[in-house]
Write a protein that binds this ligand. Structure first.
Ligand code: RP5
Length: 165
């Protein structure tokens, strides 16, 4: 991985308000695994032209996985997937009175033909989207799979070391 500096993962979110405490978790995981990535706020509804341009340029520049997070009537992941055949991982954000259930259903219920892989609502989904991106990239980068195995060993050790009151 050391030689790769071009972004391999693009982390998109519908608004800057999706970052703190939620999508920053995806950034942290990708940084932990030394995966070159970039994070951008772009909206399917509010910046449709810039979003399309970004996705097309990203693919040209070598991005292999997209993560797309959005709240409410969440079309971001579907629109990204409309412009690329690279995998798109969707993270529903709990930013409305429906607490992310609206986004979860919008993302999970993509009609057959243009898939997005939908993760859990919120921070857990952001974390898992990044881990899944590492796993996807690991298909051609065995060193990333080794890091994932080590990560899981550390998680297991933590659970086993915990004592209850
Ligand atoms: C969605 O609307 C964003 O993904 C965000 O979750 C939600 C609210 O956006 P802001 O009004 O905070 O910009 O598009």
């Amino acid at each position: 991985m050391a030689a790769e500096t071009r972004p391999l993962v693009a982390v998109l979110m519908g608004s800057k308000s999706d970052w703190a405490g939620v999508m920053e978790a995806a950034d942290q995981i990708l940084t932990k695994f030394d995966v070159p990535h970039e994070c951008r706020a772009l909206s399917a509804h509010r910046t449709p032209d810039e979003l399309r341009e970004f996705v097309l340029k990203s693919v040209e520049r070598g991005v292999e996985v997209f993560i797309a997070a959005a709240g409410g009537a969440a079309h971001l992941a579907g629109v990204v997937a409309a412009h690329t055949v690279r995998p798109v991982l969707a993270v529903p954000i709990a930013s409305t009175s429906l607490q992310g259930l609206d986004s979860l259903l919008a993302m999970a219920q993509m009609p057959g033909g243009i898939p997005v892989g939908t993760l859990a609502i919120g921070k857990a989904g952001a974390t898992n989207a990044a881990l899944l991106a590492v796993s996807i990239l690991g298909g051609s980068r065995p060193e990333l799979l080794k890091k994932l195995e080590q990560f899981r060993k550390e998680q297991a050790a933590k659970v086993l070391s915990e004592t209850l009151p």
